[in-house]
Design a protein around this ligand. Structure first.
Ligand code: SAM
Length: 276
C-alpha cells in the first residue's frame, strides 16, 4: 500500500529501515501525514521556496514540505540510520531534497542556502532551545531566514512567546520579543508521536522583525542574564553586577521593580545605557 504521495506509509518505512526510536536523539516521530501536512501549511507559501529542515528522521514532515511545493528541502539529520529512507524520498522528488548528515548545532544554515530560506522542523527536544537561540542571535540582522515554523515542548513554546507578568517570561522571551514576532499556532498532543513524549507539544511560528530597536546583542544578553538570574529580587539588587541603581536611574526605571515586570523595550533601553 502507498500513501497519497506514492511513497510507503511511515510505519512501513520505520520497519523497513529498522528505525527504532532513540531517546538520546530526541526521536519522537510523527507518522500521520495529515498532521505533517498541517504543519507544512503553516509555512506557506512553499511554492518554489528553499526550506531547511532539522531532523527529518523517517521523513514525514519532509514529504509534506515537498508535496506542498517546496522547491528545495535541505534536511540536516544526525542519525545515519535515517539516510536510506531519506534517499528514497530524494529519488521520488528528483533534485528537490538534499540531505546533510551532521549535527545541526554545528551547522550554520546560511552556508547551505544561496538565497532566503525558511526553517521548518519537528525539533529534537534536547537541542531545540539552543538551535532557536543560534538562529535568533546571528550577528547580521535581519537574518537570511524569512520565518521559522517549529515544534517545541509546550513549556518551551510558552517561554518563547512570553511577555511581562507571565510566569514563563525570561531571557528567551526578551530575546525573541526584541528581534522577532513569535506566536503559538496550535498544540500537538503526546499521542500524535511515536513514541509519545511525556508532555504536550506546540507549533511556534517566528518571523524576524526587520528593524528591531537598535542595541548590541551582547548588552541585551548581559542585562537579561543579570535580571533573570535573580528574578525574584528587586532590580536594584539583581542588576548590581551591571550597574545597579545608577543604571536604572539613567533609564528612569523604578529600582524596586522585578525583572518579570519589565517590557522588552525597557530591557533594550537598559542594554543601551550600560557603561562601556
Ligand atoms: N521530523 C521527524 C518527524 O517529525 O517525525 C523526526 C523528528 S524527531 C523529534 C527529531 C529528529 O532530529 C530525529 O530524526 C533525530 O535523529 C534528529 N536529531 C537529533 N539531534 C539532532 C542534531 N543535533 N542535528 C540534526 N538532527 C538531529
Amino acid at each position: 500500500m502507498t500513501a497519497f504521495d506514492g511513497l510507503p506509509p511511515l510505519r512501513e518505512v520505520l520497519e523497513a529501515h529498522g528505525l527504532d526510536p532513540r531517546k538520546a536523539l530526541g526521536q519522537n516521530f510523527l507518522l500521520d501525514l495529515n498532521l505533517t501536512g498541517r504543519i507544512a501549511r503553516q509555512a506557506l507559501p512553499l511554492e518554489g521556496a528553499t526550506v531547511v529542515e532539522v531532523g527529518p528522521g523517517p521523513g514525514g514532515l519532509t514529504r509534506a514540505l515537498l508535496s506542498h511545493g517546496a522547491g528545495k528541502v535541505i534536511a540536516i539529520e544526525k542519525d545515519e540510520r535515517c539516510l536510506p529512507a531519506l534517499a528514497a524520498i530524494a529519488s521520488h522528488y528528483p533534485g528537490r531534497l538534499d540531505v546533510v548528515e551532521g549535527d545541526a548545532l554545528a551547522i550554520d544554515p546560511d552556508r547551505l542556502c544561496e538565497g532566503p530560506y525558511k526553517i521548518v522542523a519537528n525539533l529534537p527536544y534536547n537541542v531545540g532551545t539552543q538551535l532557536l537561540l543560534n538562529w535568533i542571535t546571528g550577528t547580521t540582522w535581519p537574518p537570511r531566514w524569512t520565518d521559522l515554523t517549529l515544534m517545541f515542548q509546550k513549556e518551551v513554546a510558552e517561554r518563547i512567546v512570553a511577555g511581562p507578568d507571565d510566569d514563563h517570561y525570561g531571557r528567551l522571551g526578551v530575546l525573541c520579543g526584541w528581534r522577532t514576532d513569535a506566536e503559538i499556532l496550535f498544540d500537538v498532543s503526546r499521542e500524535a508521536f511515536t513514541p509519545p513524549p511525556k508532555v504536550t507539544s506546540a507549533i511556534v511560528r517566528v518571523v524576524p522583525k526587520l528593524t528591531p530597536i537598535e542595541a548590541r546583542l551582547a548588552d541585551v544578553e548581559r542585562v537579561t542574564a543579570a535580571a533573570f538570574g535573580q528574578r525574584r529580587k528587586m532590580l536594584r539588587q539583581s542588576l548590581k553586577p551591571v550597574g545597579g541603581e545608577a543604571l536604572l536611574a539613567r533609564v528612569g526605571i523604578d529600582p524596586t521593580r522585578r525583572a518579570e515586570t519589565l517590557s522588552v523595550q525597557e530591557f533594550v533601553s537598559l542594554a543601551n545605557a550600560l557603561d562601556g
